[in-house]
Write a protein that binds this ligand. Sequence first.
Ligand SMILES: NC(=O)c1ccc[n+]([C@@H]2O[C@H](COP(=O)([O-])OP(=O)(O)OC[C@H]3O[C@@H](n4cnc5c(N)ncnc54)[C@H](O)[C@@H]3O)[C@@H](O)[C@H]2O)c1
Length: 240
Amino acid sequence: MGSMTQSCAVVTGGGRNIGQAIALRLQQDGYRVIALDIVEPEADSLRADARIVDLSDRAAAEAVFAEIAGALPVTCLVNNVGIVAPASFDEVDIGDFDRLMHLNVRTAIIAAKALVPVMRRSGGGRIVMNTSRVTLGKQARTLYSATKGAMQSMARTWALELGKDGITVNCVAPGPIGTTAFWKNNAPDSDYTMDLVRSIPVGRIGTAEDVANAVSFFCDSRSGFVTGQTLFVCGGVTVG
Ligand SMILES: NC(=O)c1ccc[n+]([C@@H]2O[C@H](COP(=O)([O-])OP(=O)(O)OC[C@H]3O[C@@H](n4cnc5c(N)ncnc54)[C@H](O)[C@@H]3O)[C@@H](O)[C@H]2O)c1
């Protein structure tokens, strides 16, 4: 954010789909980007700085964020990694609770705990959570919506606590984005999915770049008066 050394941005789940689009966009915006993922990024420009790590493993996650915090001037963190366990209310498997909470929510806390001190030393920073419109309610998303609601309310709490340090904390809440994960969790042949896609007010499903554009706004050094907010990137599906 405006210093002589190139600022670094960390993007969790930055090796594929939405996370990768965010990582590439932040590179275009001038950040050196560290993508953390369980797989190597597809994009050549992300490979050299990427870290391959299973973020659901607490010790591995703590180690990788400590290593990054000790080595790089990180001023931007995008908590993007997230998985879904679709299940109707009656089918919810409590065995999935820890898996989703650990990857989706605990990772964000581990990352912020490690990187906020680095941001403070730089005089400020940006944290963005990739949540979801499921925070408003969506069928068959009990555990997933619980994780995304947790991230969203945590962002508001952190916005209050970290504002005085020049660190903003905001959420981007995507609606339907046509990634492989979307089509895996929303059966393409189901009436529900097709009704949903047909009813998107702007007349198309979203792209990873649509989400990246919103993240880019929150990560901009000029966005310092915007904190604790959620921006729905949903083609209008959350309206009416
Ligand atoms: N696709 C949508 O319609 C949509 C809508 C709303 C919110 N989101 C959110 O956007 C984010 C990205 O979604 P996506 O559709 O790109 O999903 P995705 O599954 O394609 O991407 C998730 C990324 O996280 C990585 N990952 C998975 N498990 C990991 C682990 N244990 N350790 C490290 N990395 C791991 C994957 O390899 C992948 O690169 C998620 O948080 C998701 O909840 C997506």
